[in-house]
Write a protein that binds this ligand. Structure first.
Ligand code: NAP
Length: 473
């Protein structure tokens, strides 16, 4: 960042414009996709636009009303120049440094991958034209959205620069284009802005990878346990179960594990704070990253829970289920037999279904409240109440749902095919651990210490003053 403030003449004050019927003239270097779209929007908004081009006489059709001339001539006419050119071609701007002195240069450029250059494009531009004030802006807005009118997702303009007057001028232009502006600070923030458009669902990557790995693992685990086992040990071909039965085992397993993984980092973070006796030391990077993608992890797990519900609703119309039910009735009639009503089984299945439905209802509530339009309407207290208190209750109900499904099968040796536990038992490990750890944190003595730490109290280090008073206020 250069500490030096450059002389800038900034003419874009709205009041000045209102009193001056003369249209403001802006300059755009480059007649490519972004240059044309931006020019068109600026003309529609009431600006005059002049293009600076290498080929002013053969640059193709431009927005109606725009002028085109050489770079040097165009730069001379406006105090603000938007550089709609790829960074690779910036060299020629050095030769225009005298003409660009004192101007605001808007760098809109992006790179096609991260880490391509050690220095941000905007900082490079500033180095080429030290007499100008470079502002990084508009790089997250696409030519397409400028042409079609920006939608909500495409309305945000991030800008940064070392001159506050230059940033003010660019911000006014963006606001007049109907965009909302967020100042990200000095020009040293440009690299971060240039990396924005290159990110592809960064917060979804970990949850999606996890979901794919868990699904693949449990699919093959259950395939061996159910289908391969029946084939090898009982000489039965039940491969048709892959499509519905197996899927309906894998989806809830993945869903429950991922739900518990949403709450595990919070619990781990609490134990780390208790161990360190302070909240002022940063968590390890992996824990930070994990905590930042809890919402996405929760939404992916909710998706799997939905699949489980849909597959469960399908059960009564399955050919296999209808065949087995009919066959059983016929065999009872043939043998002139009846079956006793089993109250325990009725209790078990009803509780299992009922707890599952309650858990799913809360699960959906968590999903809805994590969406920005809903969460923005909630106070911080309401949001944490739903996501933390109701979230742990949801995890408890869903875990109980699986325990009720297992019932007394946990003690039955025949469920352990080839001495391996069934999938639903495996999937109980993480949620049970999370719930036990959470219960420990709720113990009054632990809860009291944690609350004090979160209010700023720090445990004295050996050699400290030993007062146990907050070291940081
Ligand atoms: P483009 O369609 O390729 O246009 C680039 C323009 O740069 C050309 O039309 C040309 O204009 C000029 N140019 C090309 N080679 C040059 C050279 N050697 N020397 C001087 N000028 C040269 O690119 P674009 O899509 O408009 O993108 C322009 C900049 O905006 C890029 O930095 C890009 O990263 C950024 N951006 C683009 C978008 C988008 O949606 N397209 C979105 C955000 C940011 P003349 O022939 O008139 O000289």
């Amino acid at each position: 960042m250069s500490g030096e403030m450059k002389p800038v003449s900034v003419p874009l004050c709205p009041l000045a414009m209102a009193s001056n019927p003369e249209k403001e003239l802006l300059c755009i270097f480059g007649t490519g996709d972004l240059g044309r779209s931006l020019g068109q929007r600026l003309l529609q908004t009431g600006y005059k636009v002049v293009y600076g081009s290498r080929r002013p006489h053969s640059c193709g059709p431009l927005p109606q009303g725009a002028q085109v001339m050489s770079h040097a001539e165009a730069a001379h006419l406006s105090s603000l120049v938007v550089i709609c050119i790829h960074r690779e071609h910036y060299d020629f701007l050095q030769t225009l440094a005298p003409q660009l002195k004192g101007k605001v240069l808007v760098d809109v450029s992006n790179n096609h991958k991260t880490g391509l250059y050690s220095e941000a494009n905007a900082e490079y531009l500033q180095r080429l034209v030290p007499g100008a004030s470079v502002v990084k802006a508009f790089n997250t807005i696409s030519a397409w959205s400028l042409q079609n009118g920006p939608s909500d997702a495409n309305r945000q303009v991030y800008l940064c620069g070392d001159s506050s007057e230059a940033k003010q001028a660019v911000a006014e232009m963006a606001t007049r284009l109907g965009l909302s502006v967020l100042d990200k600070g000095c020009l040293s923030a440009a690299k971060e802005l240039e990396d924005f458009p290159l990110q592809l669902f960064p917060a979804w990557r970990l949850p999606l990878c996890l979901a794919v790995c868990l699904t693949a693992f449990f699919f093959f685990y259950l395939l061996i346990q159910d289908v391969v086992y029946a084939y090898v040990e009982q000489d039965k071909d039940i491969s048709f179960r892959i499509m519905v039965s197996l899927a309906n085992k894998v989806f809830p397993i993945v869903s429950l594990i991922m739900l518990s993984l949403c709450y595990l980092p919070g619990v781990l973070a609490s134990f780390i704070q208790l161990y360190r006796g302070t909240k002022y030391r940063r968590f390890p990077g992996w824990l930070d990253h994990w905590m930042l993608c809890r919402k996405q992890m929760g939404l992916v797990s909710l998706g799997f829970a939905f699949l489980h519900v849909l597959y469960t609703l399908l059960i009564p119309i399955r050919y296999y289920v209808r065949y087995k039910a009919g066959e059983r009735v016929v065999s009872l009639i043939r043998g002139n037999k009846t079956t006793e009503f089993d109250t325990t089984a009725a209790w078990r299945t009803d509780s299992y279904y009922s707890i599952g439905i309650l858990g799913f209802g809360l699960y959906v509530l968590l999903g809805i409240t994590s969406l920005s339009p809903v969460s923005n309407a909630l106070s911080w207290r309401e949001f944490t109440f739903i996501q933390s208190k109701l979230g742990h209750l949801t995890l408890f109900l869903c875990t109980l749902h699986v325990y009720l499904y297992g019932w007394d099968r946990f003690l039955n040796l025949s469920t352990y095919k080839w001495w391996t536990p069934p999938g639903y038992m495996l999937c109980l490990v993480v949620p049970s651990v999370v719930l036990v750890l959470k219960l420990l944190l709720l113990l009054p003595c632990v809860d009291r210490s944690l609350t004090r730490i979160r209010q700023g109290w720090e445990r004295s280090e050996p050699g400290g003053d030993g007062s146990g008073k907050p070291l940081i206020t």
